[in-house]
Design a protein around this ligand. Sequence first.
Ligand code: MN
Length: 201
Amino acid sequence: MFTLIELPYAMEALAPVISAQTLSFHHGKHLQAYVDNLNKLLPGSEYEGITLEEIVGKAPVGPVFNNAGQILNHELYFTQFKPVSEVVQGPEGALAAQIEKQWDSIEAFKAEFEAKGVGLFGSGWVWLSADADGNLVITQEQGASNPVQKGLKPLLTFDVWEHAYYLDYQNRRAAHLAALWQIVDWKVIEKRYEVEGVLQR
Ligand code: MN
């Protein structure tokens, strides 16, 4: 059985970048539905008792994959933000050095990341991931897909499903993605890269 993750901040803490209303629907309705759906699908299946990453890595596209993928994606998404009242610091350390090595500047990296989010047709996610050697890659993933399917370690993601922004930004996906940098908790992303990530495996 999977359970809905608790948000590590108050429902209104990300406004106006993400309003309390959007966050409430996104977490309490959309993610809750994926959790409920997966819990109904798992009993008696070959996917019972394994992790989300394992399900996403082996299940064919279908109801189990879609719901497990969306839970994994949203858990990484919701836990990478911090309140707008806190100062954004970073990226720093090994992650910042690698971004500057590959993109020359953080600004150039952000521009490519936003462009790939804007350019993703339909519903999906734009991701920053690391390969087994610590090299970074930006990928567009359709629907419920996740970079773990490609053997990559997911670090940072922007959700470009309309449910992530439509109440606040309507059709202005680009404006939403540009605003999200204000709430990225780079300490979380750095930890995914340096501590929990590929540099140790
Ligand atoms: Mn979503």
